[in-house]
Design a protein around this ligand. Structure first.
Ligand code: MN
Ligand code: MN
Length: 466
């Protein structure tokens, strides 16, 4: 063997060098990834909000033999159940051969995404334009949300107690809404501001009408016309906005990105790019050894607070109740459980290279990213997965031939972020972040690579059966 080959061989043996997934997967694997992503893209278009994602997940679960969970009931091996938490988060489980005696295998992903929520009294008229005032949800760069088509999703609970669903701007022929921006010709002053102050929260007002109800001298006729349309369509009055949850999201659909169609661009891939593989994996789970649990949760983007977020007890109460029905000690069951916190990580962006540590960041197309810790300012507010947990998951990925890499969110002190991992860890469960690399995180149009999406599905399938 010549020297060159010896060096090459030694490098392959000793160095950690994740490769482009297309060098690792065979042609069938790449084709399977592309096919899997077609279903994913439909899911993105059909389920843009947490409520729609729960509805879709339950619809798929039912058609895959899942039944609604009844508290206190004993479920035997192979039984499939789902628990709908207030229509905004959902837990799916397939009972294991050994039940929960050795803990559960949990994958947790979130189905809420950054967006613009309507204020409680949102509708106003100014200079014959009717607009809706918003309060943004999650971390956004506000300027990115102007001058794009927006759709309105959510529910209104009317004074009569009836809940009405709203979804405008998604079907062909639907109207859309938008937030105006200042023309560049007059934007000298605005362009001199910082990017965080160029568009403020109080300027995120959504244009929804411009024609008056009637030709009278009455003030606010344009607003009245909008109210009248809303009354005719939903039977609602202005006060009903107070008991509504209405969310503005980008109106555009998921699309292939690139001449090679290797990527997907869409709204809200943080974190539906993990929620979908986690869901598909549990739907496919047949008679697993350990009880497998998939939770699609709400409220991650605002800190997991609230009873549909993972800082609440709903997931853990569900697992404890199952453990009790098996005659187990519920606390012990939790302590023996292991969880993949399936959330996105920031992919390396060569245009902003200085914000990353090139050797400790994930890249598009190198598979799932196993993230030991998140947080900010010295690992603050993070779950820092133990070496043992990292080792266990890493070994599982290697043995299953799943393409994986590791990475931190940005360089030290560049900023930071968090996931649901710390809330799961807070219940004495081993947990580590495993997700998909993402470009343009929290922008209205986020980018992932198809091979990475499929790698997460493979990882979830493997984990559920582990
Ligand atoms: Mn996320
Ligand atoms: Mn996020």
């Amino acid at each position: 063997m010549d020297e060159e080959n010896r060096v090459k061989e030694l490098k392959e043996k000793l160095a950690f060098a994740p490769k482009h997934a297309s060098y690792v997967m065979d042609a069938d694997g790449v084709a399977a990834a592309d096919a899997f992503c077609e279903g994913y893209m439909s899911f993105l278009d059909e389920a843009k909000t947490e409520r729609e994602a729960v509805k879709k997940a339950i619809e798929l679960a039912k058609s895959n033999g899942f039944r609604e969970y009844a508290r206190g009931h004993f479920y035997g091996p192979g039984e499939k159940i789902y628990y709908n938490n207030r229509g905004k988060s959902v837990v799916l489980a397939v009972m294991g051969e050994v039940g929960l005696s050795e803990g559960a295998r949990v994958v947790a992903a979130h189905i809420d995404s950054p967006r613009l929520d309507l204020k409680p009294t949102p509708l106003y008229e100014k200079d014959e334009l009717a607009c809706l005032k918003t309060h943004y949800y999650g971390g956004i760069k506000k300027y990115q949300w102007t001058a794009i088509p927006l759709a309105l999703h959510g529910v209104i609970v009317r004074a009569d107690g009836k809940t009405v669903e709203v979804r405008v701007g998604e079907e062909p022929g639907d109207p859309v809404f938008t937030i105006t921006d200042l023309l560049p010709h007059l934007a000298g002053e605005q362009m001199g501001k910082t990017m965080s102050s160029g568009v403020t929260g109080e300027e995120l007002n959504v244009l929804v009408g411009s024609r008056p109800f009637a030709d009278t001298e009455e003030a606010e006729n344009v607003k009245l016309n909008v109210l009248n349309i809303l009354f005719e369509k939903y039977g609602m009055t202005e006060a009903d906005f107070i008991s509504a949850e209405l969310e503005l999201v980008p109106a555009f659909k998921a699309a292939d990105v690139g001449f090679d169609r290797s990527m997907i661009g869409a709204y809200g891939q943080d974190d539906r790019v993990c929620a979908y593989p986690a869901l598909m994996g549990v739907l496919d789970a047949e008679e697993p050894l350990h009880t497998t649990v998939c939770v699609l949760t709400d409220k991650e983007e605002t800190g997991s607070m609230g009873n549909t977020g993972l800082d609440s007890d709903y997931l853990f109460a569900f697992i404890r109740a199952l453990a009790k029905s098996e005659g187990l000690d519920p606390d012990e069951t939790l302590s023996k459980s292991i969880c993949l916190s399936a959330d996105v990580n920031a992919a390396f962006d060569p245009d902003y290279a200085s914000q990353f540590d090139h050797g400790n960041v994930c890249f598009l197309n190198r598979g799932v990213v196993l993230t030991k810790y998140t947080g900010a300012r010295g690992k603050n507010s993070t779950n820092d997965a133990s070496a043992e947990t990292m080792g266990r998951v890493r070994r599982m990925l290697d043995e299953a031939g799943v393409c994986w890499q590791t990475g931190e969110i940005g360089r030290v002190d560049a900023g930071g972020g968090g996931t649901v991992a710390r809330f799961v860890a807070g219940r004495n469960i081993d947990v580590v972040d495993l997700g998909v690399p993402l470009l343009s995180m929290h922008a209205p149009f986020e980018i992932v690579a198809k091979l990475d999406v499929y790698a997460l599905y493979q990882a979830c399938v493997e984990f559920y059966r582990s």
